[in-house]
Design a protein around this ligand. Structure first.
Ligand code: ATR
Length: 277
């Protein structure tokens, strides 16, 4: 019988994960079924355990349950330890193992798909919510020159920087928190938008001139052209949405579950064909 997996979230209707994992399974010849679970906002734990008790082998966890999934996991591995968020659960008998593949997905998309090196580069991460927590450690381990976290509510950026203090030595000039106003006059080689502003057709108050020559502007949002992407393009930066991150984090989850690393180009091309232009 095929092994069962699913993505769990609220909302989950428009999740692309079933299509991505179906493509990975086809390409690698793995016999799996992959579904969608809409969990009530107060019912994540019960829904996850019901799936496990019905024979489910693993779950991808999406908003708003990544922090609850971190609590649910009896063992946390890799980047999940510090991220305070889990996006991949694996059920081994009574054991629940939590991983976080979001950051590695972002790093792979940047370095392998987009050919944006991180080592020695100046990186600006916008936002200090769950999306940022998930990617800080893997980004720092690429040894950028400097990583600045900017947030509308500065205290949250300061909290994030304190939380990841043990990893800041990976960046030559460390990990620092800034307000958006304090960015005026600075330039970055990579600017990552991990805020939810784009979903509301807004953008963080970035000063002009923030992009160094040849800089990359990366928005974690996909299936949407955000005001940040438009601003970055006007300012002369290269621009990417977060579709590659989505596919690469899924590939890493597939590898954790199946021990086989899927090729991601076919899944990416399939999704691009379905995206609004
Ligand atoms: P997530 O888990 O998706 O990161 P979150 O924890 O609600 O969601 O965090 C959303 C992030 O987007 C926060 O950093 C938020 O800034 P504040 O901490 O100041 O609220 C940021 N954000 C949302 N809308 C924004 C906007 N219009 N301009 C700038 N930042 C915005």
């Amino acid at each position: 019988m095929a092994d069962k997996y699913a993505v769990i979230g609220n909302p989950v209707e428009h999740s692309l994960s079933p299509a991505i994992h179906a493509e990975f399974a086809r390409a690698t010849g793995q016999d799996i079924v992959y579904g969608k679970i809409l969990a009530p906002l107060d019912g994540f734990r019960a829904a996850a355990f019901r799936f496990r008790d019905e024979g489910g082998k693993g779950l991808n966890v999406t908003l708003p349950f990544k922090h609850e999934a971190w609590h649910l996991a009896g063992q946390r591995s890799g980047f999940a330890l510090a991220a305070s968020a889990v996006n991949t659960l694996t059920f081994h008998g009574a054991e629940v193992i939590g991983d976080n593949t979001d950051g590695i997905g972002l790093v792979r998309d940047l370095t392998q798909n987009l050919r944006v090196p991180l080592r020695g580069r100046r990186v600006l991460l916008m936002g200090a919510g769950g999306a940022s927590f998930g990617v800080v450690e893997p980004l720092l381990r690429e040894q950028p020159e400097l990583m600045v976290v900017a947030n509308r509510t500065l205290e949250k950026a300061i909290t994030l920087v304190g939380h990841f203090g043990q990893f800041q030595h990976y960046a030559a000039q460390g990990l620092v928190a800034r307000s958006y106003e304090a960015l005026a006059g600075s330039q970055f080689d990579l600017v990552i938008n991990a805020t939810s502003a784009g979903l509301a057709n807004a953008m963080p108050p970035l000063p002009t001139g923030i992009f160094a020559p040849g800089a990359m502007a990366y928005d974690m949002v996909y299936a949407k052209r955000t005001p940040f992407m438009a601003f970055a393009q006007e300012q002369g930066a290269r621009v990417s949405d977060g579709l590659g991150m989505l596919v690469e984090q899924a590939a890493e989850a597939f590898f954790i579950w199946r021990g086989v690393y899927p090729e991601t180009r076919a899944a990416m091309a399939m999704l691009r064909r379905q995206m609004p232009k």
